[in-house]
Design a protein around this ligand. Structure first.
Ligand code: UDP
Length: 246
């Protein structure tokens, strides 16, 4: 729906996602991969499935499989070069927070018992950052994961898809007092409130991260952001399904 009062920097309506596309099989040696292009944010999502589980699971006789996620920004993904963590001797706190979020999000989609004793490695590497790298990572990782699992089904390693649901993520925020969907970097910087939502295909929430930046928000504004997020994820679910079917 066109909103005549929209004045976003890139001309988008208040409730409009940036242009999104998936370039699949970008990393042929991964079990499944996609490059998600989300406006000017681009993330390589690679999924590798190993036929084993971590040692502690065997020791503690934990059944089923495991999922682990890693996130990083490539040095040239940002306007000023970002040094690799390895050269700083420790993983960046923000990256750690984001990779845990990616892991939790994908765990909501996977049936770990059905996965069997396998480990899913999800690697999200940001090629270009323009806001929303965590939401792009989660949305792309689901496509890479489903494609990886489809491949294993073809190879006869699974009879049934070990997924309970799909999962996608999007941001919303309050900029100049107005609730908007899917913040790019300049909007993220200007935002009074920033909210990231991880939502399943069936419309239930995995996680909502909302914070006021030198500002507070009302229940009404929160509800408006959630409505935007839910509608955004509905569109993402369709885009993901098309990318998985390719
Ligand atoms: N950003 C950056 N360098 C950093 C961290 C962030 O340039 O070390 C930029 C990047 O464009 C990122 C945006 O700030 O997408 C917003 O970062 P935030 O931590 O909110 O995470 P994101 O929105 O990417 O999930």
């Amino acid at each position: 729906m066109k909103n005549a009062t929209a004045t976003r920097a890139d001309g988008r309506d208040l409730n409009q996602l940036r242009g999104i596309r998936f370039i699949n099989d970008i990393a042929p040696n991964a079990t499944g991969s996609t490059l998600i292009e989300w406006g000017n944010t681009r993330v390589i999502c690679g999924v590798t499935i190993e036929e084993s589980v971590p040692r502690w699971m065997k020791d503690q006789k934990v059944t089923g499989g495991w999922i682990t996620a890693e996130y990083s920004m490539l040095p040239y993904s940002t306007h000023t070069r970002k040094a690799r963590d390895i050269n700083k001797g420790k993983i960046d706190g923000r990256s750690q927070e984001i990779q845990r979020l990616i892991g939790r999000s994908l765990r909501a989609a996977v049936d770990l018992e059905m996965l069997g004793s396998r480990t899913i490695w999800i690697d999200c590497d940001v090629l270009q950052a323009d806001g929303g790298t965590r939401t792009a990572s989660i949305t792309g990782a689901y496509v890479a994961l489903r494609r990886a699992l489809l491949r294993l089904i073809k190879e006869g390693k699974f009879k049934e898809m070990p997924l309970k649901d799909s999962v996608a993520a999007v941001s919303a925020g309050i900029v100049e007092g107005r609730p908007i969907l899917d913040l790019c970097y300049t909007e993220d910087v200007a935002a009074e409130v920033d909210m990231n939502m991880v939502i399943t295909g069936s419309g239930t929430f995995v996680e909502v991260q909302g914070s006021g930046e030198e500002s507070t928000f009302s229940q009404g504004q929160m509800d408006a952001m959630i409505r935007l997020g839910k509608a955004g994820v509905k569109e993402l679910v369709k885009l993901q399904a098309a990318a998985c079917a390719e």
